[in-house]
Design a binder for this molecule. Structure first.
Ligand SMILES: [Fe+2]
Length: 337
């Protein structure tokens, strides 16, 4: 319920009781490969996650369905696989996991928010993305990086309409399988409500104007344009109702149309650092991220590319697949161009 004059809480910390973790873990240990029949797997994970205590279940559902709820939620004390196997080196799926507990956790939480989807240019259309440091990508503004601060951004989708802020996922879910040799990766989330409350009015007005062109994701520009920029139509960075603003920032570069807008964008990145929530994800923890209410970032961290590095699994989630049906591939109703 919105109380006038009261700022919404933008961060939630949720923990499963031990007995519930055990019970969910028991069911997920016998989950077959979700890739064999993804809609059956999501239905099964839905049944399993219905075991969450009512208030916890309601908090996750509220996270997905309401404007005034937090934009980021840490979910702790989740079940984990008996054996994780080595962190994949190539950004692809791991080999050597003892089962599909982590995938079940990811699909169970995702299913409480909406529908997992794939995009052909992101991890070859897979529904479960392995986010790991990849040799050669250390310094890129992509999920392969480790040696650079990954700037505050939204996960956006190239779209032939020239708008990259519409077909993007509503939510990301990150599940941590391994925190890496130093445990030093920090994930940040800055909510547009907190950002707007902190920005000077003139900067906010510029950010609400159509003075910015977003560059398409690196995974798209590499595969479609030899690495050259593929810019969106001019769009605002922040838009919509004052109490419930939406924000879109591309990771792979934002071109401001003039110097004032460029300065406002710089100010935005500073403000994000000031208001951000910071989380060091560990195994057994997942992060629910609203990809419209806020932007996220990641610190630099140590990587050795030896099978022991940090490893997250991620889904892209939409409340509904209906509005992006024009992009769907004929081969798979969850996978999009
Ligand atoms: Fe991201």
């Amino acid at each position: 319920m919105t109380v006038p004059g009261k700022r919404d809480a933008t961060f939630a910390d949720l923990a499963l009781p031990d007995a519930v973790r055990e019970a969910i873990g028991r069911e997920l240990r016998v989950l077959p490969d979700p890739g064999a029949d993804i809609d059956r797997a999501t239905a099964r994970c839905h049944q399993v996650f219905a075991m969450l205590p009512l208030d916890l279940l309601r908090s996750v559902l509220d996270f997905g369905r309401h404007n005034d709820t937090p934009g980021v939620a840490l979910v702790r004390n989740l079940p984990v696989d008996a054996q994780t196997g080595p962190t994949p080196l190539d950004g692809g799926p791991g080999r050597g996991k003892s089962g599909f507990v982590s995938e079940g956790v990811l699909l169970g939480l995702s299913g409480l928010l909406g529908e997992p989807l794939g995009v052909l240019t992101e991890k070859a259309g897979r529904l479960i993305h392995d986010v790991v440091p990849v040799a050669g990508g250390e310094r890129t503004q992509t999920n392969q990086s480790s040696a650079v601060f990954l700037n505050f951004h939204s996960d956006i989708t190239y779209d032939a309409t020239g708008r990259y802020d519409l077909a993007n996922p509503d939510f990301l879910v990150l599940n941590c399988l391994r925190s890496g040799p130093f445990g030093d990766a920090v994930t940040y989330y800055a909510d547009a409500r907190d950002i707007c409350g902190q920005l000077p009015p003139d900067a906010l007005e510029l950010l609400r104007g159509p003075y910015f062109r977003l560059n398409a994701p690196g995974s798209y520009t590499r595969s479609a344009a030899g690495g050259a920029e593929v810019l969106s139509e001019p769009v605002p960075i922040i838009r919509g109702a004052e109490a419930h603003p939406e924000i879109t920032v591309s990771a792979n570069g934002v071109r401001a149309l003039n110097r004032e807008a460029g300065a406002a964008f710089e100010r935005l990145q500073e403000t994000c650092r000031e208001v951000a929530h910071a989380v060091r994800l560990e195994p057994g923890q997942a992060l629910l991220v609203n990809n419209r209410k806020g932007v996220h970032a990641r610190s630099r961290f140590g990587a050795r590319h030896d099978g022991r590095d940090r490893w997250l699994q991620r889904t892209y989630v939409r409340r509904s697949l209906w509005d992006i049906r024009y992009r769907v591939t004929p081969q798979d109703r969850r996978v999009h161009f």
